[in-house]
Ligand binder design. Structure first.
Ligand SMILES: Nc1nc2c(c(=O)[nH]1)N[C@H]1C(S)=C(S)[C@@H](COP(=O)(O)O)O[C@H]1N2
Ligand SMILES: [Mo]
Length: 420
């Protein structure tokens, strides 16, 4: 899944930025003038990064499913899975434990009257937004289906550790490690629908847009949640999913249809998909110009676009879990990476790094479960650390280079436990 071309993020970003600067890109993202001014000013520090949108919550609350406190930690319109709630669970994250990231509120959409609308210059005959190519829910169900098991993870998962471990202030939801879930997604390949809609050889970008409310932050209306994908990624492994873990997609996860973009940051996987623009000129939106860029002293002034997820590990334990001294314990956890499978996991409980044993098979784009025995002898506070290496040879570092919006935290997390 590596290589050159538009699915290689560096190439992709460099090409798009050049095109955008020279006026070849189109879209209603951040005005080019503003982006360049910010770039010249050394970053986006002056921008208001709202964590919670204003006035978007419906009477039912921003999330429809129950959020029991022993399973979820709630932040405004978002909820993360507590890692201890995955203990004893199988490979997949059950729907009732899967994290939710909503910019506004979960809309309730009727599948029978829903339409997927495709338009743009990258389709034969260049259909316009008013006269799009349409697919009904039943149309999609009739097309050949594909099932993939993969993670969806927020780019900001682990963000709170920039502050908690590295003492750095970052903007955005202060996720611990629970803004990830692995599910079995069934649907139609986006490639199948694009081909039927008349994809041309000149198409470069595919921009999916949600049917949820406009995202308003810092008094600015950024419009519908939307983010362009390069056509090469759209054709590679992206799904128009209508099922999650064998059941129709639930409201909070995008009913009736969402994009599932394996290995890439969660924002790519647009929920409640309504429109798809296919363009022969590059597209931009605030979600690839303003958000989901790595900005800060270690990055180029205009930042680097965020696409693929990084390698991470978590213990299936609460913070400050208690263990009895002298007892034989088994520590369990999971590791994952946007680069593909996990090759090795090492654990340190204060007595040196030891290799963990893999439990069960892993999907290429999912996670790997593991376990390791531990007999704590000395009472007091201990620190557990898990460090994974993925198939591409990348190992979790001790420190993640700072970026202002706290994306892609991949450093080894120090997990405190108490031995009594
Ligand atoms: N339409 C729409 N799609 C969206 C979002 C959203 O707010 N609206 N949030 C995105 C983000 S930032 C993430 S991390 C994932 C979360 O998916 P989940 O809520 O099913 O876990 O959905 C993405 N798709
Ligand atoms: Mo996200």
């Amino acid at each position: 899944m590596t290589g050159t071309g538009p699915t290689d993020e560096v190439t992709y970003d460099r090409t798009r930025l050049t095109q955008w600067r020279t006026g070849q890109a189109r879209g209603d993202g951040m005005p080019r003038r503003r982006m360049l001014r910010l770039a010249a000013g050394g970053g986006l520090a002056l921008t208001a990064f709202g964590t919670f949108p204003a006035g978007a919550a419906s009477a039912a609350g921003p999330i429809v499913k129950p959020l029991p406190p022993e399973i979820f930690e709630v932040y405004g319109t978002n909820a993360e899975t507590r890692w201890e709630a995955l203990s004893g669970q199988g490979y997949l994250t059950p729907v009732d434990r899967f994290f939710v990231r909503n910019h506004t509120s979960t809309p309730l959409i009727d599948a029978a009257s829903w339409r997927l609308k495709l338009f743009g210059t990258g389709l034969r005959g260049a259909p316009t937004a008013d006269r799009p190519v349409e697919f009904t829910y039943a149309d999609l169900l009739r097309l050949p289906s594909e099932t993939i098991t993969c993670a969806i993870e927020c780019a900001g998962n682990g963000r709170s550790f920039f502050t908690g471990q590295q003492g750095q202030a970052v903007s955005g939801t202060a996720w611990k490690l629970g803004a990830i879930g692995v599910a079995r997604w069934r649907g139609v390949r986006l490639a199948t629908v694009l081909a039927k809609a008349g994809l041309t050889r000149h198409a470069v970008d595919v921009l999916g847009e949600g049917l949820d409310a406009d995202y308003v932050t810092g008094g600015v209306n950024l419009g519908k949640v939307r983010r362009p994908l390069p056509v090469a990624k759209a054709l590679q492994d992206v799904l128009l999913a209508y099922e999650m873990n064998g059941r129709p997609l639930p409201p909070d996860h995008g009913h009736p249809v969402r994009l599932v973009v394996p290995s890439w940051v969660g924002i790519s996987s647009i929920k409640w998909l309504g429109r798809v623009e296919v363009s022969e000129t590059p597209l931009v939106s605030p979600w690839n110009t303003q958000y989901y860029r790595l900005l800060g002293p270690d990055y180029p002034a205009e930042g680097t676009v965020v696409t693929r997820q990084v390698v991470k590990s978590a213990f299936e334990l609460p913070w400050n879990a208690e263990f009895a001294a002298g007892d034989r314990q088994v520590l369990r956890g999971r590791s994952w990476s946007g680069n593909g499978r996990i090759r090795r996991v090492e654990v340190d409980a204060g007595d040196g790094w030891r290799q963990a044993r893999f439990v069960g098979a892993a999907a290429d784009r999912g996670w790997q479960r593991w376990e390791i025995p531990w007999r704590p002898r000395v009472s007091g506070v201990h620190t557990l650390r898990a460090r994974a290496t993925d198939i591409s040879g990348v190992t979790q570092p001790d420190v993640t280079p700072y970026n202002t919006q706290g994306y892609l935290f991949d450093a080894v997390v120090r997990h405190p436990v108490r031995v009594v």
